[in-house]
Design a protein around this ligand. Sequence first.
Ligand code: URA
Length: 438
Amino acid sequence: MITSASKELRPAELIQRKRDGEELSPSEITELALAYGRGDVPDYQMAAFCMAVYFRGMTAAETHALTDAFVQSGETVDLSPLGRKVVDKHSTGGVGDKTSIALAPLVAACGVPFAKMSGRGLGHTGGTLDKLESIPGFSVDLEMDAFLRQVQDVGVAIIGQTAELVPADKDLYALRDVTATVDIIPLIASSIMSKKIAGGADAIVLDVKVGDGAFMKTLESARELAEAMRELGLRAGREVVCELTDMDQPLGRAVGNALEIREAVATLRGEGPDDFVELVLGAASHLLALSDLGVDASEGRRRAEAALGDGSALEAYERWIRAQGGDPALEVLPSAPVVRPVAAPGDGYVQAIAATEIGEAALRLGAGRARKGDAIDHAVGLLCLAKRGDRVETGAPLVEVHATTEAAAERAVSEVKDAYRIGSERPDPRPIVLDVIA
Ligand code: URA
């Protein structure tokens, strides 16, 4: 609700006070964000405000007020008619991150309703919706009542975020994207958490990626972001567990939409790559522990492992994909006409794989979009056959490039070669889950 003070809102004064390091009152933050959402504050003033926040930061009270204002700017989803505790999961974005596609049906197979609204990918990390849209017929545009019905009947739904959900954040995120003000913890935390809060789930697992391919390059900054988001969730009455997970190399092997769907399905068949399986089982154990099943995380993990082993997770995936109009058969997924290996230039251990460079090579192949609205080629991408710590011989395939043309494949081969570092020393093992904040 806008108070009468909003008539006197003076954005320039608020920008100046934030620039000078002053804390703004919650009502000032709320009024500014809501006025921006209504179009009453122009982009140039909001951009200046974000830059002031970039250098001065925000207090917990300011971040909370901003999150609240984002939620108030649009509609919210009421999942209470389901009569169950509903869980959701969010990742801050990584290269090869197809976690939701395996995790959602796995959790549903264990009897826990999973409802998620998702966004599209921008930059070197792909979006869950783009990955799902590589499945012929799959629709991400469900009306709200159909969304709720599907969660009730099938136990799982992932749809695109509607335009009515948190519109002020939608505009502000687009503005931040072009004004170098994305990578600032209070703005990321309020942007992500406003969408999770408006999305209605009771309990949320947040996967905060750490490393070269992520927003947060260090464990300390990832922990700071995780704690800020958890605090916002708790203040809104949601249960939140944060996992800090490794993004210093691509997750699993597949990077690219249809390739990632194949890998998620392989995982549901019990044939996934070790790091990805571990990440999915860890997240499932927390979601089951947060659910109304009344189990702890170790029992949650046992049940999730059983659902991977007995085929019930795969069955839940097939039911889910059919419910949203898609064909779950792998043969119908698009595949690229040109497949080229990248040969190891020498003997040794894979010491590092630059996740950002792999993500950007996949993007240039057409798997992602550099600008909003760019078309995506669902078939193309990369399969990282060798991962950090693997021993390789000269000429052995490090990566498989899936491309539309020979020229695109050739360029990707040389880019990918540069992303791999091979040396005589085996690197120390690094777990996929680096820390859990609960
Ligand atoms: N994802 C979001 O939704 N918002 C941010 O600010 C950053 C990542």
